[in-house]
Design a protein around this ligand. Structure first.
Ligand code: HEM
Length: 490
């Protein structure tokens, strides 16, 4: 640990709270868009298809962006108050640039009705568009701004960590693999920050190159690019951002869980091997998104399946064992923060498992583009990442030495968990019943019984989403009470 003076601590904490409050405003807004989509699919309200797809696009891009931004900001806070000195100026620059990007996206989708889905599959944004032409330019430029903001923040964090720990290979933990005795301990959160964010840099660069091609075509409509290349690029980016968001969260569990169990969680050879293997796997597992693209070389399809299986093992298995070792016979008090971390781990494991099921070629032939797909990623995002984030927010908003959640927080938590699992269950059940994803109305399904099942499942999902929102509201009461009562700075 480095010594961080009181003023610096206060600055970094203020930045983290600004991020936290922004997350707490944007998150329920984006959940409400999800609720509107399910109400529409359940015939409980009527949205025009143009509005449905604009909301779906804002919901998908917004959720992915907000979750990644907050996860990154939490890593920034923990590294910047414990291990390195980070510039709060750069921190605020990143924050305001992200706000600008999000505002641009809202204008593009809510006013311009930009609606090609989060992945804007080429040539969709330009062909047969139901949205105004300007909304393509505004949305693409907003995404470029977001990418540049994240890149700036990531590079600053990685550079300062590498400088503090004696070079890039040191923050990857490679010194643990040599025979020589290691002179300085590397906190696991520093290694996981590196392993999460370096692939993120590749992802953002690839996304930037792709978005620039979109922008060129926006200004010069006669241009034409290779759709398969662009699909590879967008899936590479999309797969990476979701995975690294999870890993960022896991990073702070390594740092914070020991404060509740009273046991150390240190870096060693096994941890270094596992996380470094993950570094490699997350770059190539995305091929499983392209099984239906028959023009893709067959060897890449096989690679997609093998790497998807392999990527599920090292970081997940070693972290789960680590969590068990932390908890087994420890005198942990099951308060809100460790509870959130434990359930977050469960969400990661359950969602991860159903992702591996879907990455199996034989299964994917049946489940591809059914509701199974949103089922798996909503599990590890809503019941994984979001729970990790709330665990961190309870940590940040409460006073040192008094990190108990209390009855209100726990009630909110159980209501949220019940609602969340009920909501994702309706997606899984829809998947096994062959309900397609991304349908604004199931009336478009020609098999009557399938259409009716889709509508009923959407209606049940609405009830669970209301539980999710109720759980959130109760947790907000507890969180804000803590924040306003808290006086000290760390
Ligand atoms: C209770 C909270 C949530 C609700 C009610 C909700 C609802 C929905 C619905 C109804 C869809 C469209 C499903 C379809 O028919 O294909 C959807 C898609 C999506 N959701 Fe959520 N969601 C929630 C949380 C999240 C979270 C936490 C994330 C995190 C990233 C997320 C990311 C996405 C993405 C990426 C899509 C796909 C959009 C696309 O296909 O372009 N959602 N969500």
């Amino acid at each position: 640990m480095i010594f961080t003076d009181a003023i610096e601590l206060k600055r970094q904490r203020k930045l983290a709270i600004v991020w936290g409050v922004t997350f707490l405003i944007l998150f329920p807004f984006l959940v409400t868009l999800g609720l509107l989509m399910r109400l529409d699919q359940g015939n409980l309200t009527t949205l025009s298809p143009t509005t449905f797809y604009a909301l779906m696009t804002l919901h998908g891009l917004g959720m992915a962006g907000v979750l990644f931004s907050f996860s990154f900001s939490a890593l920034w806070y923990l590294n910047g108050t414990r291990y390195v000195k980070l510039s709060t100026g750069i921190g605020y620059f990143v924050y305001f640039a992200i706000l600008a990007g999000v505002s641009g996206l809202m204008i593009g989708t809510l006013i311009g009705k930009f609606g090609p889905g989060w992945y804007m599959l080429y040539p969709l944004p330009f062909t047969g568009a139901t949205w105004s032409h300007w909304s393509i330019g505004v949305s693409v430029i907003s995404l470029i701004v977001l990418g540049l903001a994240w890149l700036t923040g990531i590079l600053h964090l990685l550079y300062t960590l590498a400088k503090e720990y004696g070079g890039f290979t040191h923050i990857l933990g490679w010194q643990y693999l040599r025979k020589k005795e290691n002179k300085r301990d590397l906190p696991p959160i520093v290694m996981i920050t590196t392993i999460s964010l370096v692939p993120g840099v590749f992802g953002f660069l690839v996304a930037a190159a792709m978005l620039i091609m979109y922008l060129l075509q926006f200004f010069e409509p006669t241009l034409n690019f290779d759709p398969l290349l662009l699909k590879n690029m967008v899936m590479f980016f999309g797969h990476l951002i979701v995975n690294i968001t999870l890993y960022c969260c896991v990073g702070w569990v390594y740092a914070l869980l020991p404060e509740f169990t009273g046991r150390e969680w240190k870096t060693d050879k096994v941890l270094v091997y596992s996380w470094n293997a993950t570094f490699f796997f997350i770059l190539f597992a995305y091929f499983h998104h392209l099984y239906m693209d028959f023009a893709q070389p067959r060897s890449l399809q096989y690679l997609g399946q093998i790497i998807s299986y392999a990527s599920a093992i090292p970081a997940t298995a070693i972290t789960m064992f680590g969590v068990i070792a932390q908890l087994y016979h420890s005198k942990i008090k099951w308060d809100i923060i460790p509870l959130m971390f434990l359930f977050g781990m469960a969400g990661w494991a359950i969602g991860g498992f159903s992702a591996v099921v879907d990455s199996t070629i034989a299964v994917n032939k049946v489940f591809h583009n059914t509701l199974w797909v949103p089922g798996h990623f909503h599990t590890y995002l809503l019941m994984g990442v979001v729970l990790f984030i709330f665990g961190f927010l309870f940590y940040l908003f409460s006073e040192k030495g008094n990190r108990h959640g209390g009855g209100v927080a726990k009630t909110g938590f159980w209501v949220f968990v019940t609602g969340g699992y009920g909501f994702v269950l309706m997606f899984y059940y829809g998947g096994v019943n062959s309900i397609p994803r991304r349908y604004s109305s199931y009336a478009g399904i020609s098999i009557n019984s399938t259409a009716t099942t889709g509508v009923h499942l959407a209606q049940i999902a609405v009830l669970f989403i209301i539980l999710v929102l109720t759980g959130l509201l109760i947790m907000y009461i507890s969180l804000f009470t803590k924040l306003f009562r808290r006086k000290e700075i760390q």
